[in-house]
Write a protein that binds this ligand. Structure first.
Ligand SMILES: Nc1ncnc2c1ncn2[C@@H]1O[C@H](COP(=O)(O)OP(=O)(O)OP(=O)(O)O)[C@@H](O)[C@H]1O
Ligand SMILES: [Mg+2]
Length: 376
């Protein structure tokens, strides 16, 4: 298998081209697909036509090896493939409901929301859950965690693993953390990720945050288009890696206040359309007191719905695992029982029984019986 992926296994790719590609950081057939013809031409200096031909050959090679989907495929065949697509459980019922089973491989899931809403907690939880066996809802895979904000915490991984009855040391061993110091470095990490992904059987790539460094470095309107172009490159790379290596990708994104929104939520994910259009699934996290709300904002097949979750030692958790609700329900039920019978029993029978006989029976005799003795 590994030999099959060598660059010189492609027809017409000789030692000279192989060296040219290797020098530019393209080490195997998968890397060719991930980078794409435009990038390949740019980094190797070869003609665009030649790069296109090589990338097409690479694609054909992977399709023949069953590693990539065919160009033409019947919908029923596609349906079958999608049924077997890898999913990673979130470890909670509520978020699994939202994701219809879990985070999908071969797709980019974007999570956006304000500070402290749980994006990093979610990323940590998923880094543990992906390591569970397939029977338990994981993919028995490793993690590539690109940390751009310095918020990755191994001690959180330990508590989350313990809460899920997993060996913390083993779990830590399977998470490869790459601390990115600037946006170019962040992109470089991804460009060179191929070997690590294969070596560690990576099934989840996290970019937390995907956009922060780009935003910090390219300030002001004048640099906006450069920023979006670079961000576009990064996000597309992430998607292509997820598709080529059959792994899940999570990108987190902060929100900013947008002054032109008068109704509804005045926050928008930063990164604008670039991230929005590239991600397959978009989820919005929102604080609601101690709880959190997760909304599926954009998905090709999930309904737009909301669920409530919470944060705890186990990472993201079901809300019922933090508090007890049943008290409220019993109060409501007893209140109804008391009110209903009284209303029905008093209104109707009493009106008929009292109005007529009482008027006749009380007004006349009482006047006669009381007025006279009191005068005496
Ligand atoms: N061990 C823990 N147990 C329970 N809750 C925790 C624990 N650690 C962190 N939290 C909760 O997670 C919240 C922080 O969430 P997180 O770091 O995921 O936010 P974020 O969305 O990544 O924010 P930012 O945009 O600033 O990166 C804290 O406010 C805290 O409530
Ligand atoms: Mg964070």
């Amino acid at each position: 298998m590994v030999e099959d992926l060598r660059l010189d296994s492609l027809e017409g790719v000789g030692p000279v081209t192989t060296r040219k590609l290797s020098d530019a950081g393209v080490h195997n057939v998968m890397d060719l697909i991930v980078r794409g013809p435009v990038d390949i031409a740019e980094i190797t200096g070869m003609e665009k036509d030649t790069a296109e031909k090589i990338v097409n050959k690479a694609r054909k090679h992977l399709v023949e090896g069953g590693l990539l989907a065919k160009d033409f495929i019947s919908a029923s065949e596609l349906y079958k493939t999608r049924q077997s697509i890898g999913k990673i459980t979130t470890g909670t019922n509520c978020l699994d409901t939202l994701f219809d089973g879990g985070i999908e491989t071969r797709a980019l899931t974007e999570v956006y929301g304000e500070f402290g809403c749980g994006k990093t907690q979610f990323a940590h939880t998923m880094s543990v859950m992906v390591q569970k066996s397939k029977e338990e809802g994981g993919l028995d895979g490793g993690v590539l965690y690109i940390d751009t904000e310095g918020t990755f915490r191994p001690e959180r991984i330990v508590t989350i693993a313990q809460a899920h009855d997993m060996d913390p040391e083993k779990v830590l061993d399977r998470i490869i953390v790459a601390r990115a110091y600037n946006s170019a470095h962040q992109t470089l990490i991804l460009e060179e990720a191929g070997a690590i992904i294969e070596e560690h059987n990576v099934k989840l790539i996290v970019a937390d945050s995907a956009v922060g460094l780009f935003r910090a470095e390219y300030l002001g309107r004048g640099t906006l288009s450069v920023r979006q172009q670079k961000l576009n490159h990064f996000v597309h790379l992430l998607v292509r890696i997820a598709e080529t290596y059959d792994c899940a990708a999570i990108a987190t994104n902060q929100v900013m206040a947008s002054p032109d929104v008068f109704f509804g939520d005045p926050t928008r994910p930063i990164g604008g359309n670039v991230v929005a259009h590239t991600s397959t699934y978009r989820i919005y996290f929102k604080k609601s007191g101690k709880k959190r709300i997760a909304r599926m904002v954009d998905s090709p097949h999930h309904p737009e719905q909301e669920v409530i979750f919470a944060l705890g030692a186990a990472g993201v958790i079901d809300p019922e695992d933090t508090d007890k609700k049943p008290k409220k329900d019993t109060k409501k039920a007893t209140a109804k029982k008391v009110k209903e019978p009284i209303v029905e029993a008093t209104v109707e029978p009493k009106v008929e029984a009292t109005v007529e006989p009482k008027v006749e029976a009380t007004v006349e005799p009482k006047v006669e019986a009381t007025v006279e003795p009191e005068v005496d």
